[in-house]
Structure formats: C-alpha cells, structure tokens
Design a protein around this ligand. Structure first.
Ligand code: CAA
Length: 417
C-alpha cells in the first residue's frame, strides 16, 4: 500500500479581497465572487518566492506531523514558477529543511500537473521496494501571475502544499490498480521564458480542461473492474478537482456526471439542477481554502485535499474519494484514493482557518506596488527584496540575487513552532 502520511500548506503573508479588486477595476463584484466563486487571493511580495513557500510548507509538515528529516530519502518539487533554467527549487529546499545527503532531490515541471507527476513518481518508488522504509516528500509550489487588468487577474494566487508519501498512508491510500490519464498538445496556457506573467487563451483553456477530464475519467472507468456501472462517480464521498477558480470545479463536476450520463445536461433541466446540488454536497465543502487563496497551479488540487481531510477526514474514514489533476499543455490524471481509518485524528493540527486568518489584508494600491516590484525581484543586485519594506518575517525570506546567486535567510518565524 502507498499514499499520504502527512500534508501541510503555506501561503504568503498577504491577501487581497476580490470585492476590493473588482471595485478598483470597475467590474461588478458579483462577477468575481459568484461568477468565478472567489473571495480572496494570496499575494506574494518580492521576499516570497516558490522556494520560500515550498520550504515553509515542508517545514510545517515536518513539525506538525513530527517527521524526522532523516527519514526522507526523496524530495520532489513540482512547480511551474521557474527560478532558474538549471538549479532546481528542490536544492534550496533540501538544505532549508535539513534533509540528509543520502537523498534524491529534483524538480518536475508540467504546468499544474507537476505535483501530481511527483506523487506518481514517489508512489512508484515506494512500491518498488527500493525505498526500504524511507519516505518521499513531494512539494507543489507556485505563484500564479497574469498581470494587472487582464481577465486572469482575479484568478492569481500563491502558495505551496507539502505531502509525505510512504507505505504507511494514514491520510489516504492511492488505488494503484486503476489508472486514467490523458495527454494532448494544446496551446491553452503557457509562460514564456521571457515573462513572469502567464499567457492564456482563457475560454479555450476551460474547454481543454473539461475535455481532458472527460477523457481521463473515461479511461479510468474503462480500466477499472467496475466497468459498466452507469453511476460510477456515486462511489466517491468527495470529488476534488484542480481548482484555478472555484467555478471551474463546478463546471468539472457537472462534466463528470454528464460523462456518467452519456450526454450533456440541458441548461435548466432537472439533471442540471441535480448536478448543482451534488456539487454543493460533494465538492464545495472542500473548496474553502481555494476560495481564499486563489490559484496556486501545481498545489491547488491539494489545497482541496487538505481542506477535505481536516473537515471530513474523520467521518469519511474507509470511503473513496476522487482527485482530478490538470496541467495545461496538456496532461491530466484521474486518481482514486481511500481515506485512512485514522485520517481525522492525524489531521488534528493547526487549523487551515487559523493559518488563513493570520494573513494581512492589502489595499489595491499596495497590491499594485507589490506586483510592480515583483517584476524586478530576480534581477541581479535589485534592491526590491527588502524584508523591512514588505514586513516579511519568514520562516524563510528571499533577499534577491547577489553576484548572480539567489540569497535566502531564516526569518523570525523560523523559531516559532
Ligand atoms: N454577476 C455574476 N456572474 C457574472 C457576472 C456578474 N456581474 N459577470 C460575469 N459573470 C460570470 C459569467 O457568466 C461566467 O460564468 P460562467 O462561466 O458560468 O458563464 C463567469 O462570471 C466569468 O465570466 P467571463 O467568462 O466573462 O470572464 P472572463 O472572460 O473575464 O474571464 C477566465 C474568465 C477566462 C476564467 C479568466 O479569468 C482567465 O483567463 N483565467 C486564467 C485561465 C484559467 O484559469 N483557466 C482555467 C482552465 S486552465 C487550468 O486549469 C490551468 C491553470 O491553472 C491556469
């Protein structure tokens, strides 16, 4: 058996309220809150990058779940927020977390699928017998950026999720028999090497996502020994999706049910209404973190998982859940997992609500200053990464690039439990 033994996430120090953003952009706030389903959006300052977020999530996991760093022999970081053409985020994180030198560490990129690719690799390693009692740490970390005034602006976000994979899957055990995946070259979303901001063909990207979901779910059903069951999705107590914005998960869930039904639901039909009710019952309760953080690309599916395990892990013990991962470009995967009998107890850590409530709210002017400064954060000898200006106290702080090398220090929060 293989699966997750521990999970933890980190977010930047600040967030912006999406109603504030809508008002500043002259847009009806209902478009962001009801139309996209978002309330807040995490904002990373120049002193917070994909490395500090990843290390923050990893540190919280090791401490909250009492994991000995020496037990980790594989570190995989999934990210699409590149910091270097060559040196991986994983090298910095390996040192920051005090992991042993007898460890493999590397980075995986495939848009938002990179974290899932890490989970797959770590699971295969664990099952191969080569892990010999050691564990794998997979961290999905990203900063989603589209730029001021673009349609993508309200779907930005930042954060990281760390997951410990082992043969002691206290939280969830992966079903390694069934497999459903899908790959196709599409130009729906990309981030060229000369740009910090992503480019996207927004409405096409939604169509590509739904198409990939239908194909990978269908592949899973066909490969499963339950082939022919007309309401296959009914077996899942919760359905979790890659969530660039909450409305996307709602569209995805409807497509899942339509795939079972074999036809699209007509707008306003009883089936469409029932799909909406089912979304409210099996999907929406796991989306509170996503609603408040926004898109964190590789980690956004796993924010829902952390939310689900904390709120429902106890009563869902022994039941199955589904997870759908989508990486633009594209690669998709439909995963099924069983909730561990002790998942509820294991998640009795610092609540995600406490973590999110600990962030500070930005006004739109300060948010725009931060976005502008971020553009210079990775230039050699730039002065914008000043933790006193942005009031950043760790646990890890990015100080910018000196002599063409990224500089990091521990912040005050590193001494806190
Ligand atoms: N009140 C209530 N609802 C309103 C409204 C109002 N005043 N005005 C608009 N809406 C609704 C619309 O009806 C629409 O809902 P439906 O889709 O259910 O019809 C919703 O609000 C959004 O409105 P628009 O489609 O007009 O919004 P837009 O064109 O300005 O942009 C977007 C939406 C395309 C998602 C854009 O935010 C974007 O490009 N985001 C980045 C790309 C993205 O996230 N793609 C997702 C799939 S790809 C992926 O998943 C990978 C990844 O992480 C990026």
């Amino acid at each position: 058996m293989v699966g997750l033994e521990a999970i933890a996430f980190s977010v930047p120090h600040y967030f912006i309220n999406l109603t504030d953003l809508a008002v500043a952009r002259g847009i009806d706030p209902d478009k962001y809150t009801f139309g996209l389903g978002q309330r807040e959006m995490s904002v990373a300052t120049p002193c917070e990058d994909a490395v500090t977020l990843a290390a923050g999530a990893g540190r919280r996991l090791l401490s909250d779940f009492n994991v000995d760093p020496e037990s980790v022999a594989l570190l995989i970081v999934g990210a699409e927020t590149g910091i270097d053409h060559s040196k991986p985020i994983a090298s910095y994180v390996h040192e920051m977390l005090g992991l042993p030198s007898l460890c493999r560490s590397f980075e995986i990129k495939h848009a938002c699928y990179g974290g899932t690719a890490g989970l797959f690799t770590a699971s295969q390693w664990t099952m191969s017998g080569r892990a010999a009692g050691k564990k794998a740490l997979v961290i999905a970390t990203d900063i989603a950026r589209y730029g001021i005034g673009t349609p993508g602006e309200p779907t930005q976000g930042a954060g990281a999720v760390a997951m410990l994979i082992s043969d002691n899957p206290t939280l969830i055990e992966f079903d390694m028999d069934g497999e459903g995946y899908y790959s196709k070259q599409v130009m729906d979303f990309w981030r060229p090497i000369y740009s910090k901001e992503a480019f996207t063909d927004g409405h096409y990207s939604i169509a590509c996502y739904l198409d990939a979901l239908q194909h990978s779910y269908d592949a899973y059903r066909r490969a499963s020994d339950h082939d022919g069951d007309p309401y296959f999705a009914d077996r899942f107590v919760a359905c979790l999706y890659h969530t660039p914005f909450v409305k996307m998960a709602q569209k995805a869930h409807r497509r899942l049910l339509e795939t079972d039904a074999g036809a699209p639901f007509a707008p306003g039909s009883p089936q469409a209404k029932s799909a909406g009710d089912d979304f409210a019952r099996r999907v929406a309760p796991s989306l509170e973190i996503n609603t408040r953080v926004g898109n964190i690309y590789t980690g956004s599916l796993f924010l829902s998982l952390a939310n689900f395990l904390e709120d429902q892990g106890g009563r869902a013990a022994g039941r199955s859940i589904s997870l759908f991962s989508y990486g633009s470009g594209c690669q998709a995967e439909f995963i099924v997992a069983r909730v561990g009998e002790r998942a509820g107890q294991a998640m009795k850590r610092q609540s995600f609500r406490t973590i999110l409530d600990g962030r500070k709210r930005l006004d739109v002017r300060r948010y725009e200053e931060i976005l502008e400064a971020n553009g210079a954060a990775d230039l050699n000898d730039s002065k914008v990464c000043d933790p006193n200006v942005w009031r950043i106290d760790g646990p890890f702080v990015y100080l910018g690039v000196r002599n063409h090398q990224r500089q990091y220090v521990k912040g005050k929060k590193n001494n806190e439990k």
